[in-house]
Write a protein that binds this ligand. Structure first.
Ligand code: SAH
Length: 297
């Protein structure tokens, strides 16, 4: 079938549209300092280098430059997800964007996937997952602390309502649950399970029941002792249900380019966490037959 004009999804449409009232934007000065504002007609934003009226920003194209009352030039953009995450309110520790990027690829999060994650924390990973599963996908997220769940809910709503597509079209369905995942998983036939909590081995029994065969379990932990305990438990108790695919660590080093100085930044985020990936498998058919035979004999 041929469509003309080609159908546009809401997100594409939004990124082409002019900046509207109610949107959250970043103003970036010439030194790279960012100011985050939510646009409201009639309001103004003041900083050390002057004032900018929101009305002057509303209606501009993304990527425009504006001048403050004291002549400072500011770039107007919608923040990227990584930029939004670095500025948003945090209750818990978060997964950094460099690790979220790797997690989405290593867990092979695809459009239409049904993904379960725990804990929700501040919602940083949740937002990455929601984007990656797309409109046909679903993310279920467990968090046992009510106050964190509220912070995450606000962050997610702000990002999808004020930065992304206005009405969350383009991202997946989200179910937030105040629940302790050590006590069990209600969902079945999940494509992916992502665990960012301190004792992932306590969830293996539930993962075994809820992850479909061929599904991926990804655990994110800061210390190698946790990874060691997890892999030992898999090896000793769940050897027939899981195959370890790999253990990874991501280092991202930023560079500075200032005139003739071109070198790595002096400071970097060094260690954050290890990424552990395993794949769910069914028991071997031949072995099953053999066992049934032995039992019958
Ligand atoms: N991935 C999150 C950060 C998670 S921090 C982000 O990117 O923002 C770890 C979270 O796991 C904490 O909020 C903690 O309350 C939660 N948690 C720990 N054990 C849990 C359990 N058994 N069930 C549900 N949530 C749990």
């Amino acid at each position: 079938m041929f469509f003309y004009p080609p159908p546009l999804i809401k997100y594409e449409l939004n990124t082409m549209l002019k900046i509207r009232e109610g949107e959250l934007v970043h103003l970036i000065d010439r030194k790279g300092k960012r100011y985050q504002i939510v646009l409201k007609a009639g309001s103004s934003f003041s900083f050390t280098r002057g004032t900018v009226s929101h009305d002057d920003i509303i209606g501009l194209e993304e990527g425009s430059m504006i001048r403050s009352s004291l002549g400072e030039k500011l770039l107007v953009v919608r923040p990227t997800l990584a930029e939004f995450i670095s500025k948003m309110r945090k209750g818990s520790q978060i997964i950094y964007p460099k690790d979220i990027a790797a997690i989405l690829m290593l867990a092979d999060i695809f459009p239409g996937a049904k993904v379960l994650e725990a804990g929700t924390g501040s919602g940083a990973l949740t937002m990455g997952l929601l984007r990656a599963v797309g409109m046909a996908g679903e993310v279920v997220s467990y968090e046992r602390r009510e106050e964190f769940l509220e912070i995450a809910r606000k962050n997610i709503e702000t990002f999808f309502d004020k930065v992304e597509s206005g009405d969350r079209e383009g991202s997946g369905k989200l179910v937030l649950k105040e629940k302790d995942i050590y006590e069990g998983i209600e969902e079945k036939e999940l494509d992916r399970i992502i665990l960012d909590l301190s004792e992932p081995w306590r969830v293996l029994k539930h993962v075994e029941e809820s992850l479909r065969n061929g599904g991926i379990l990804l655990c994110y932990n800061p210390t190698v002792l946790q990874i060691y305990k997890l892999s030992r438990r898999l090896e000793l108790k769940y050897e027939r249900s899981f195959r370890v695919m790999g253990i990874y660590e991501v280092g991202l080093r930023e560079w500075e380019i200032k005139g003739r100085s071109m070198r790595p930044e002096l400071r970097m985020i060094a260690h954050t966490g290890f990424i552990f990936v395993a794949r769910k498998c069914s028991a071997c058919e031949q072995e099953n037959k053999l066992l049934t035979q032995i039992n019958a004999d």
